[in-house]
Structures are given as C-alpha cells and as structure tokens.
Design a protein. Structure first.
Length: 369
C-alpha cells in the first residue's frame, strides 16, 4: 500500500523567525537519560528496563531470522506483551527450525504451518534481514560534540535552506568522519559531491553557526538518506556515538538492528525531542514529493517538520533515519494526536532502515560503543 507523507524538514529564511523545525556505561549510571526515560514511560507505558528488554528481544528475532533465512522463517514480530514470535515455514525443516527457535528463547507461532503458500510468497521480501553488526568505533562525548538529534541547517550561513536534525555519527573508510541524515534535507541535490555541495551548519535556536561539513551523497529514491562529509577541523566534534534531545543527556548507541514489527522504538529530533512508539510495518511504499520510497518502515511515533534526519533507536541499537510523517505540518504532537484520533487514526513516522544505508555504502559504519 502506498501512503503519501510529509517530509519533516522546513524551509527557513534569513534568521529563521518562523517555525523551527542511555545505555549504561557503568553500573552506577541510569539505564536511559531522564528525557528518554520520560518519553518511554509517556508513549509506551514501559520502564527503562522493559524498553531495553523488548528492544533486545527484537534484536534476537532479527539475528535468528537472518541466520535461518526466509525459507525457514516466514514471519517474525513482538506480540502485545513484548514476547518474540516466529512463524516457521512448513516442510521438512519445520521441526528443526521450531526447535532452534525454542532453544533461542523465541515463541513459535502455532498457526504458521497453516498459512497458505501464496501468503508466504507475499511476505518473504519483507523478511530478508541483514546481520547484526556492532562495530566498535566509538569516540568520546565532548562538550563540543554534535550528536544525533541536534539541529542543523542544510544551506547557506545567511540562514537560507532547510532545517533538519543530525542522524547517526559514522565513519567512511575513504572520507573519515561523516553524519547520516535524511536525503530530502539536502536542497541542492544536483550539486551533491561537487565543490558547490550544500553546506551543513549547526543551529542554536534561530542562530546559525560555522559550517562543519558538506553533503557528498544524497538518495531520495527507494531510501531517503544523505551523508555529510565532516570538515577536518570539526572531526573531533563528530566522534561521539550517542543520540539525545539537544542539550540533554545522551543515549549511547551500541550497534544496529533491522526493523521488527512490534519492536519499541524512539526517535530524537530537534523539533520535538524524544518520542516513542512501536514499529507497525516494514517494506512500506511512501510517496514523498515526486519520488517514492519503497523500503521504509512505519512507526506509531509523532514527528514534526525539523525532525527529519534524526535517529530512530530500539533500546541502544540504531534502527533508522526519520524521513516523513503523516502529521508533519501540525503545530504540536499533542494537537496532532488529538486531530488524528478524531479521524480514527494516529500519527505515523516513516523511516529509512539504517542497515539499508550501510549496505548501499560499503565501508560506512556508524560509531558505536
């Protein structure tokens, strides 16, 4: 099914007077930063440990499905209680796979063997999950660090351009320090990678800081993402592996994971901070502008203009990059939730899977701890 959604970035002019768009490192530190713990409790009704436990269950599901393959597993999800469930394909390997799933602590869907073959064929393309790969490339969190969720301007130092959110800090084996954000945040895609590429500037309220990098790759078909090459004199500020509400305590990212239906997720954005929900579906087609994104996953998260490009995490694992929202033009998430509720709907955020971005860019890896 194709849905039309609104890109989350916002055009800003001059001084932008209009609409602006933790995992434990030691036993004594809290599981999540206070801002993220508040969002998890408010939006999901979970405490920090429950959030991390459900995220870990989704990670184990992704790993198991990737190991067995779509010939042996025809579906995987978290149920309403956060328990990991797999649908095991019928045939000669059914008992062996079901036993392996049980040994891994997963529930086996008893009805799976009765699913018609036509349904198996329809869902298999959604279940080709990539392996979990927690590469150890973390750097320090400095006072001057730029982290996922921080505000930046894609454009000119005069304040002309698109206001978005930084995504995951990463390393490119050829370019060094980079940041992964949303592709539609780049207003100058025709010049991407050239000497006249769109610049990236930090934002402090309505003030624009000095340029820290330039866009060198932008994708707005199939997946919506962009890669920002960090200038040499700013590399030290992009070595952190964390995401945050701007100015608040960070969540340290420990790896990546593929989206699993039912998994709890939270996004950080410079407009609305942390907000949480669950993954509703994968492999979605979303019309955005003149293009179509056909690899998105959808979530029950509220996001508004300016949250584009921000990170989406499950527990301490990177899942995706915020791309488009069904309520992006609303003035607040409170209003958006009420407005969609009156229509019998709810806000949805569509995101690009982070593992898709890494797979399309060999040599690229996010910073993790």
């Amino acid at each position: 099914m194709r849905r039309r959604a609104l890109g989350l970035s916002i055009v800003v002019v001059s001084c932008l007077m209009g609409m602006a768009v933790s995992a434990p490192r030691a036993a004594a530190e809290p599981l999540l930063s206070p801002a993220l713990a508040e969002a998890v409790a408010r939006d999901l009704g979970l405490n920090p440990q429950q959030f991390l436990d459900r995220a870990d269950a989704a990670r184990r599901l992704a790993e198991f499905t990737a190991t067995i393959g779509s010939e042996g597993v025809t579906g995987s999800w978290l149920d309403d209680d956060g328990r990991p469930v797999v649908a095991v394909a019928g045939g000669p390997t059914h008992t062996e796979v079901a036993d392996a799933a049980s040994a891994a602590g997963l529930l086996v869907d008893a009805s799976a063997i009765d699913v018609p073959p036509a349904v198996h064929v329809a869902v298999r393309p959604l279940l080709d999950l990539l392996p979990f790969d927690p590469s150890l490339t973390a750097g320090p969190i400095r006072a001057s660090s730029y982290l996922g969720g921080d505000s930046f301007l894609a454009g000119t130092p005069a304040g002309l351009g698109l206001r978005c959110s930084l995504g995951f800090n990463a390393l490119d084996t050829k370019r060094g320090a980079v940041n992964i954000t949303a592709g539609h945040c780049d207003p100058g895609t025709g010049a991407t990678g050239s000497a006249s590429s769109t610049g990236a500037y930090p934002m402090y309220g309505s003030l624009v800081g000095s340029k820290f990098g330039s866009f060198y790759r932008t994708s707005q078909s199939h997946n919506d993402y962009a890669l920002i090459d960090i200038d040499d004199n700013n590399i030290g500020s992009f070595e952190g592996n964390a995401v945050r509400v701007p100015g608040a305590g960070p969540l340290h990212v420990t790896g990546t994971v593929d989206p699993i239906v039912g998994a709890p997720v939270c996004k950080s954005g410079s407009r609305t901070g942390f907000s949480c929900g669950t993954i509703l579906s994968t492999g979605r087609s979303v019309a955005m502008g003149e293009g179509v994104l056909d690899r998105s996953f959808s979530t029950s998260i509220c996001a508004l203009r300016g949250d584009s490009g921000g990170p989406v995490v499950s527990g301490t694992l990177a899942v995706g990059i915020s791309s488009a929202s069904t309520v992006g033009d609303q003035p607040s998430c409170e209003f958006a939730t009420l407005f969609t509720m009156m229509q019998g709907q709810r806000p949805e955020l569509f995101a690009t899977p982070i593992n898709d971005v890494l797979a399309e860019n060999p040599g690229l890896s996010i910073r993790t701890s």
